[in-house]
Ligand binder design. Structure first.
Ligand code: SMG
Ligand code: MG
Length: 366
């Protein structure tokens, strides 16, 4: 497969409602899209980096910079996704930028051969159960109304964002209002330290599926200590940047569940490695989200259909994020989203909508 050029496109996507986490509030998603052009097919991918380096060290301008200066020039002459991974390996870090490039190449490759990403990865089902991530709110009544609305839409699992000062009370209120059968979990985005352990043990009373990333991104050892103090299972998100991190976390006992985000760990090939490793060790997986448009969501749904993804993911319907998505919107049916079946990621941006939200484009000839 010969690549003739790659387009870097920035789009601005207003969120339907502000999304507050322990590290900040998002009102608009500033997304970097990649389009890989070959004589036979085009491949699309979405970079999950956010505007500011608050969730992780990467950020959108940095991802665009490393792509144009280092990663794209290093592409082999006739790349496939595996060769792209090897060619980018010498460059340290920048896994979000690498994931976008590898995924766009993989999409072009699969569209050329007519295979879906789901089949390529080894998907075992044609629809996946949907959870929804609920931001930190200004009040408990507002939170309860929001959760109530999501449950009416059919979401099968609720994740509450937490931080010091917004943890026990919202969890207790949601449990009391919606009952013990609700699948409920929390995500701290690294907002606590090990000294908060006595406080965090109070979450054990609420029968949570898991607590996600309570401690800092690089605190594998401290997560292992915390895991011994909590009954609630620990799930790692930010800490797991590769299969090697997953192996270390599993060996240390830092987590018993992993939130896999292909865009955070360098792509779908690495996600497949984590899948196989975690499955062999009895570690449960689910697919996370980074407020993706339909382009990133389509690819995540293919991964979420693998047999090791046994918990509902943050793969919500398009309307949870955007009034108008850049693709045909993904819609909830009985709490599930369908896994795309077409070649590659199985979906394309709608040209007119894409143009409307585009803030810049850059063409790199290869
Ligand atoms: O895509 O539904 C989504 C967002 C899910 O909570 C979510 N993502 O730490 O898991 C996480 C966060 C990271 C992005 S927050 C802006
Ligand atoms: Mg998380």
């Amino acid at each position: 497969m010969k690549i003739t050029g790659i387009e870097l496109r920035r789009i601005a996507m207003p969120l339907v409602a502000p999304f507050r986490t322990s590290f900040g509030t998002e009102t608009e998603r500033d997304v970097l899209l990649l389009r890989v052009v070959t004589p036979d097919a085009e491949g699309w991918a979405e970079c999950v980096a956010m505007t500011d380096p608050l969730y992780s060290p990467e950020y959108v301008d940095g991802a665009a910079d490393v792509l144009r200066r280092f990663l794209i020039p290093a592409l082999p002459t006739h790349p496939d996704a595996h060769r792209v991974g090897r060619a980018l390996h010498p460059f340290k870090g920048h896994r979000m930028a690498k994931a976008a490039l590898e995924t766009a190449v993989l999409d072009a490759q699969l569209r050329t051969t007519g295979q879906s990403l789901a089949t390529f990865l080894g998907a075992a089902k044609d629809r996946v159960p949907s959870g929804v991530s609920v931001g930190i709110m200004d009040s408990i009544p507002h939170l309860l109304d929001t959760v109530d609305d999501y449950l009416h839409q059919g979401y099968l699992r609720i994740k509450l964002k937490i931080e010091p000062g917004w943890d026990l009370a919202p969890v207790r209120a949601v449990r009391e209002r919606f009952g013990d059968d609700l699948l409920l979990q929390v995500d701290a985005n690294a907002a606590y330290t090990l000294t908060d352990a006595p406080h965090l043990t109070k979450l054990d009373d609420h029968d949570l599926l898991l607590i996600e990333q309570p401690l800092a991104n690089d605190d594998l050892l401290q997560h292992a200590h915390l895991a011994k103090l909590l009954k609630t299972p620990i799930c790692l998100d930010e800490s797991i940047e590769s299969a090697e991190h997953a192996a270390a976390a599993i060996t240390l006992g830092s987590c018993s569940i992993i939130n896999v985000k292909p865009g955070r760990i360098g792509g779908y090939l690495e996600a497949r490695r984590i899948h196989d490793l975690a499955r062999a060790h009895g570690v449960a997986l689910w697919c996370g989200g980074m407020l993706e448009t339909g382009i990133g969501r389509a690819a995540n749904l293919a991964l979420a259909a693998l047999p090791g993804f046994t918990l509902p993911g943050d793969t919500s319907a398009s309307r949870r994020y955007y009034a108008t998505d850049i693709t045909t919107p993904f819609e909830l049916r009985e709490g599930h989203l369908d896994v795309p079946t077409g070649p590659g990621i199985g979906i394309d941006p709608i040209p007119d909508i894409l143009e409307e939200v585009t803030t810049s484009t850059e063409w790199i000839t290869l």
